[in-house]
Structure formats: structure tokens, C-alpha cells
Design a binder for this molecule. Structure first.
Ligand SMILES: *[C@@H]1O[C@H](CO)[C@@H](O)[C@H](O)[C@H]1NC(C)=O
Ligand SMILES: *[C@@H]1O[C@H](CO)[C@@H](O)[C@H](O)[C@H]1NC(C)=O
Ligand SMILES: *[C@@H]1O[C@H](CO)[C@@H](O)[C@H](O)[C@H]1NC(C)=O
Ligand SMILES: *[C@@H]1O[C@H](CO)[C@@H](O)[C@H](O)[C@H]1NC(C)=O
Ligand SMILES: *[C@@H]1O[C@H](CO)[C@@H](O)[C@H](O)[C@H]1NC(C)=O
Length: 274
């Protein structure tokens, strides 16, 4: 066997061994980087794999084959340099929201990353930065029958069917959302305008508690007041009557408020898909 062939065979053994070890050991190490490299072979996972192997098998094997002209450590360093040359960039930022909001309509999304094209030392990421931008076509995400609201930056739907709060939430969930939580002033405004335009006095929103003394909990977002929304409770609300464990918006004398209500009452509702 020639040197190069032996080298390749040894590497193959190293790969096999490390994959076997990572499977049987069942440690917190998620697969010595090999699984990652298999799924998504980019520069980052290769560096991770190289570093990981350096501390285990490659290092050991490198010591046993010291008579090779090119040691494994040298090989690794060269490999890492090569990777840096091929991919001198950070990870892409997450994609921005699609400029189109409704399903079946198309718009643009963008993302960016920082790159270092430093020539002297490819892995030195301290030099001058270049920001790269990437744009792509995308489809809007609001399900049919939903409307995009700028004030909530989400898709909202008035659900006319009168249901108890739990059943109303299930309808929203089928659409990939939840009952609207009025946890920003924008969401409060949107809920009021939806209730007004549908001429309805009581509407389910998100918010439940297990007793009249328990904390309110939300499936969708935060506690409105803790999130900076000024209280919308009507005077004397929450009324804390027995079984009033669910939250509605409720109109009295032309103004909407939060009220607590009996969860099994049937009202219409507002769903939100983000
Ligand atoms: C391996 O780890 C996973 C998750 O950490 C665990 O569910 C599984 O039971 C473990 N298997 C063995 C053989 O220890
Ligand atoms: C799993 O792999 C990733 C590499 O993408 C690494 O950042 C992370 O620390 C690994 N997790 C564990 C538990 O080893
Ligand atoms: C990275 O490159 C810069 C500019 O060439 C240099 O000043 C710095 O010492 C280098 N850093 C490392 C860790 O090599
Ligand atoms: C929607 O809101 C964004 C900021 O979140 C603002 O830049 C934009 O002008 C708004 N569009 C309309 C039509 O109000
Ligand atoms: C909500 O509506 C009120 C009253 O119309 C308005 O003053 C306020 O600017 C609105 N806030 C948001 C975040 O839309």
C-alpha cells in the first residue's frame, strides 16, 4: 500500500471508529459532529468536526503514525485553513418576515451575514468586515380568511361562531394560532376595532385562570399589564364571581373593557396567527 492509500484508509477507520464510539457511548456529545456534517456539510460543522476529532481519535492516531511526513495535526491545520478560505463568513441571520402577508401572495425576504476576506490568515476573523445581503422570494403566511394587521404585526380573524373559550381556542389552533392575547396596545386596539366592526358585545380573547385568586395564564404571549398595557378592566372587574375564570372583551356604554367570564359561555372570538 502506498502512503497516500494508507493515509486514506486510516482516515476512514478514524471516521468509522468515532461514529461507532459516539453511538455506543451515548454521551451528551451529539455525534462527534459527523451526523451534523452528514446533514449539512458547511464550513462551521467541518470546523466543529475537526476540533472534536483533534481532541480524540485523530490526535491518538496521529501519534501512532509519527513516521508520516505530514502529521495528522498538520493535516488538520491545513484542512481548517482551507475551510476558512472556502467559508470566511458567519452564519446567516434568520430570514426577515416575508413582505407579503397573505397566503397565495408573494413578496421578498432578506437575510445578512458578516464575512472576513482577510488574505494573510484565512481563519483570522478580526480584519475588515463585509456585510453580505441575500434576498429571496417568499409566500405570505396569513391563512385564508385572516387579515394582516400592521398594529399587531400578525394575522387576525374574527370567528363569528359562538363557542365556549376552550372550543374557540381549538378553532384558532387548527389555523396554526391561538386566541388573541391583548398584550400590546396595538393588539388591544385591533381587538376593539374588530369587535366594533362586527357589532358584537362580548368576544373571547386569551387568558384563563384556575380560580378567582389564581394568576392569569396565557397560551399566546405575555401578561398584558406586565407587558406595559394600561389596564382595560372595567370598574368592578375582574368581578371574581364563582367560575369566572376566562377573559373576554366586553362592551359597556359604547366602550370595550376586559371582563372575567364563565369559560363555558358561548361567545364569538378573535384568533391570531403570527
Ligand atoms: C441515550 O440517550 C437518550 C437521550 O439522552 C436516552 O433517551 C436513551 O435512553 C439513551 N440510551 C441508552 C442506551 O442509554
Ligand atoms: C451539538 O453540536 C453542535 C454543533 O452544531 C454544538 O454546538 C453543540 O455544542 C453540540 N451539543 C452537545 C451537547 O455536544
Ligand atoms: C489578525 O489580523 C490582524 C490584521 O492583519 C492582526 O493585527 C492580528 O494580529 C491578527 N490576529 C491573529 C490572532 O492572528
Ligand atoms: C406598518 O408598520 C411598520 C413598522 O412596524 C411601518 O414601518 C409601516 O409604515 C406601517 N405600514 C402602514 C401601512 O401603516
Ligand atoms: C391605540 O388607539 C389609541 C386610541 O385610538 C391611539 O391613541 C393609540 O395610538 C393606538 N395605539 C397603537 C399602538 O396603535
Amino acid at each position: 500500500m502506498g502512503r497516500v492509500t494508507l493515509f486514506v484508509v486510516t482516515l476512514a477507520i478514524a471516521f468509522m471508529l468515532s461514529s461507532v464510539c459516539s453511538n455506543s457511548a451515548n454521551t451528551t456529545d451529539n455525534g462527534s459532529g459527523l451526523a451534523i456534517a452528514g446533514e449539512q456539510l458547511d464550513g462551521k460543522s467541518l470546523i466543529y468536526m475537526g476540533e472534536n476529532m483533534k481532541s480524540t481519535l485523530l490526535k491518538l492516531l496521529g501519534k501512532s503514525f509519527e513516521n508520516f511526513e505530514q502529521s495528522f495535526e498538520n493535516f488538520e491545520r491545513k484542512m481548517n485553513e482551507k475551510i476558512c478560505e472556502i467559508d470566511p463568513c458567519d452564519q446567516w441571520s434568520p430570514w426577515s418576515k416575508c413582505s407579503a402577508r397573505l397566503k397565495n401572495t408573494f413578496g421578498f425576504k432578506s437575510r445578512s451575514r458578516v464575512c472576513w476576506f482577510e488574505k494573510h490568515d484565512a481563519c483570522n476573523r478580526t480584519g475588515e468586515q463585509t456585510v453580505e445581503n441575500d434576498n429571496n422570494v417568499c409566500e405570505g403566511r396569513c391563512p385564508l380568511s385572516y387579515t394582516f394587521y400592521n398594529a399587531t404585526n400578525s394575522c387576525l380573524k374574527y370567528s363569528k361562531e359562538k363557542l365556549n373559550q376552550n372550543a374557540a381556542e381549538k378553532v384558532c389552533k387548527q389555523d396554526g394560532g391561538h386566541l388573541l392575547n391583548t398584550d400590546t396596545e396595538g393588539k388591544w386596539n385591533a381587538s376593539v376595532s374588530i369587535a366594533l366592526s362586527n357589532n358584537v358585545g362580548v368576544v373571547w380573547i386569551d387568558g384563563t385562570r384556575t380560580s378567582v385568586t389564581a394568576k392569569w395564564v396565557y397560551l399566546n404571549g405575555k401578561d398584558p399589564e406586565a407587558n406595559g398595557v394600561t389596564s382595560k378592566w372595567n370598574s368592578g372587574q375582574p368581578g371574581n364571581q364563582a367560575n369566572e375564570f376566562c377573559r373576554v372583551i366586553y362592551m359597556q356604554s359604547g366602550t370595550y373593557y376586559w371582563h372575567d367570564s364563565v369559560c363555558t359561555s358561548d361567545y364569538s372570538s378573535i384568533c391570531e396567527v403570527t
